[in-house]
Write a protein of this length. Sequence first.
Length: 212
Amino acid sequence: MVDIENKLTRWDELLTGKQARLSLLEEDLVNTEGKQKRNKQVWLDRTQAQAIIQAAAELAQSMLQAQLSDITSAALAAVFLEDPYEFVVNFIAKRGGTECEFNFKKGEELLKLFSDDSGFGAIDVASNALRISYLNSGDNRKVLLIDEPYKNLSKVFLLQAAEVISSLCHELGIQIIMITHIPEFAEIADRVFEVTQDRQGRSHVEVISKIN
């Protein structure tokens, strides 16, 4: 009789231990399921946020692409009146990021911007128009400093190039400070300063023309 009571007592203790263990496992299961739900929600939120960011990035790229292409293509057409290049901007996903590729387009042919086939005069026009259009796309102060632009451009196109620069500056509200020896640019400038150097190496600045 005593042995039976002892066995019942041990079984009862064992059962109590098993029940306690079961309660702990059930509690762990509830906690794990709750954690899985939270992780799933976090993953869904991040996926949704990533999709929103991606859509915003694509929209921003599209707007920037259109602005850079339109302004630069218009500048090329205004300088080279006959058979001008079209300027094309492409955003390409590479190495986990996005790269911007510039090309000239004539007909169906694409030319790399800095290839020998594209012509360095056209590159001068495109690169300066690109600087202006990029500056216009941001919130920074719209001041651009250029040193001897269009040095590869033929003299027959200099007047058109100067008019393009002047037109873009006034339309977009951009101030350009230009260092140049080209008379065509001095003629269309709002203000001209001449810098000379005397025999002692001292520089002198003279105002040649002022804004009326």
